[in-house]
Write a protein that binds this ligand. Structure first.
Ligand code: BT5
Length: 319
């Protein structure tokens, strides 16, 4: 958002303030103030005008300017009512050199999960993809995914949901205490880079926020913020998500401790399907690079430890 417009908005939030007083304080013409106020109204900011001046009544809108207003993280926000995939759009922006942009949509018509799976993204969810250009090597990139999982789980917990993390990138709500869960959110990280340096990352986060579970794929065993805790103010939710993500990505050493605190997978019996084969055992930790450490017992009863860096993880019932 343009600096003058942001300053006007901040003054209106502390209002009422008159047009001439705003013009004087910001050293612009009264006509310019009027034009900014009209454009803010066009962006759905509710601005009342009374005898003592203008005042910001409420920020109920869910769009780029509304999410940027009051956001304590350095992202600009590009909003779409409907788009194919926010990750696709973010990749375009990344390839054109952008950084610290969050692409946000009310609905996606071609949302993607990992391995070309479909991601269902009806209106009412929080579908957002962040473009970043971190100073990382490709093997360190999974830390960004873990940071996004921590940020998502924390934002959901603030909204009253008992959100936990299932390795590596699912935010889930536990059911009972045997490791069962329903999926609240998923994360898809894509990147471009050379062997020793990441050029850009796109971290796509999809949260079933104000969504009916009946509108999600039945086989997905999904849940939503609406289902768990009632509807959330999505503007505030995305702001908290982006702020937490920014906090962890700028302090990567704090990611793993925070991840472990929220992990549902540690201590579970798991089966991980990876390209090179299946591993079954007890998940005991994550490594510094975010790989899951599994304690296995083979058919002869010999113990071993395997670190798995990528794959689909299933929680098994205790034996
Ligand atoms: C993921 O994949 O969990 C990553 C999802 C990332 C979605 C975000 S939304 C913003 C950005 N733009 C995009 O296009 N994508 C990202 P994966 O672990 O592969 O899980 C996919 C599986 O989850 C599917 O095969 C379904 O079974 C299930 N699923 C689909 N839609 C779901 C939903 N809304 N909630 C829960 N589960 C879902």
């Amino acid at each position: 958002m343009n600096e003058t417009r942001r300053a006007i908005l901040e003054a209106l939030a502390d209002g009422p303030v008159s047009g001439p007083a705003l013009a004087d304080a910001l050293d612009v013409s009264r006509a310019a103030v009027w034009k900014h106020i009209e454009e803010l109204r066009d962006a759905d900011f509710e601005i009342e005008s009374g005898s003592t001046g203008y005042e910001l009544a409420a920020v109920d809108a869910y769009n780029g300017p509304a999410v940027e207003f009051g956001l304590e993280a350095p992202f600009s926000v590009e909003y779409h009512d409907s788009i194919g995939s926010t990750n696709d759009r973010a990749r375009e922006l990344a390839a054109a050199g952008a950084t610290d942009v969050a692409v946000l949509a009310d609905e996606q018509t071609g949302g993607r999960g990992r391995l070309e799976r479909e991601w269902s993204a009806p209106s009412g969810g929080v579908w957002v993809s962040v473009v970043a250009r971190p100073d990382l090597t490709p093997p360190e990139a999974p830390l960004y995914t873990l940071a996004a999982a921590v940020a998502t789980a924390r934002a959901a917990r603030e909204a009253g949901v008992d959100a936990r993390i299932k390795w590596p990138n699912d935010v889930v709500v536990p059911e009972g205490d045997d490791g069962s869960y329903r999926k609240l959110a998923g994360i898809l990280t894509e990147m471009e880079g050379e062997v020793d340096r990441v050029q850009w990352l796109v971290v796509g986060i999809g949260v079933n926020a104000n969504v009916d579970v009946d509108d999600l794929p039945p086989e997905a065993n999904a849940t939503s913020v609406r289902e768990e805790a009632g509807d959330v103010d999505r503007r505030v939710f995305v702001q908290r998500l982006l702020e937490e993500f920014d906090r962890y990505r700028t302090d990567l050493e704090s990611v793993l401790p925070a991840w472990r605190d929220l992990a549902l997978t540690i201590g579970q019996r798991v089966r991980v399907e990876r390209q090179s084969g299946t591993v079954v055992g007890e998940a005991v930790d994550v490594t510094d690079a975010g790989a899951l450490v599994i304690e296995t017992t083979d058919e002869e009863g010999a113990d071993g430890r395997v670190a798995v860096s990528a794959g689909d993880c299933e929680h098994l019932r205790p034996v």
